[in-house]
Write a protein that binds this ligand. Structure first.
Ligand code: SF4
Length: 117
């Protein structure tokens, strides 16, 4: 949510309980799309990554790409400690193997670094 209208719309959507059919459709959608975004569960992959805060980097990439907040995303990325951006020392393949959602972690972190460095 990036503005008050979105916030109001989302709050309004919580007022009425959803039907069983809506719940089933939401769950199907969640399962079909869970590989398309980072869930923020860095505890699952960041130990393997050896220094790269994967969930944070992918959140900044979302700011950059999905929300169009390029300057802000770049500033946040560049403010990370050097170790967090040291991809040569990271093990992104291990982080990718640890991701239960099948995200292409190595590719996404490299894209993030290219766009926001
Ligand atoms: S890359 Fe995968 S395991 Fe790591 S934080 Fe994102 S969803 Fe969780």
């Amino acid at each position: 949510m990036t503005n008050r209208d979105m916030l109001r719309e989302n709050i309004a959507a919580t007022r009425d309980p959803i039907t069983a059919k809506e719940a089933r459709l939401l769950e199907e959608h969640r399962q079909r799309t869970s590989n398309l975004y980072c869930h923020g569960c860095g505890h699952l992959c960041e130990t393997a990554a050896h220094g790269v805060p994967v969930a944070t980097v992918l959140r900044y990439l979302r700011y950059y790409e999905a929300y169009g907040k390029r300057q802000e995303a770049r500033a946040l990325y560049q403010a990370l400690p050097a170790q967090a951006r040291d991809l040569a020392s990271a093990n992104l393949a291990a982080a990718e193997a640890a991701c239960p959602y099948g995200l292409p972690v190595a590719q996404l972190v490299q894209i993030a670094d290219r766009r926001m460095s």
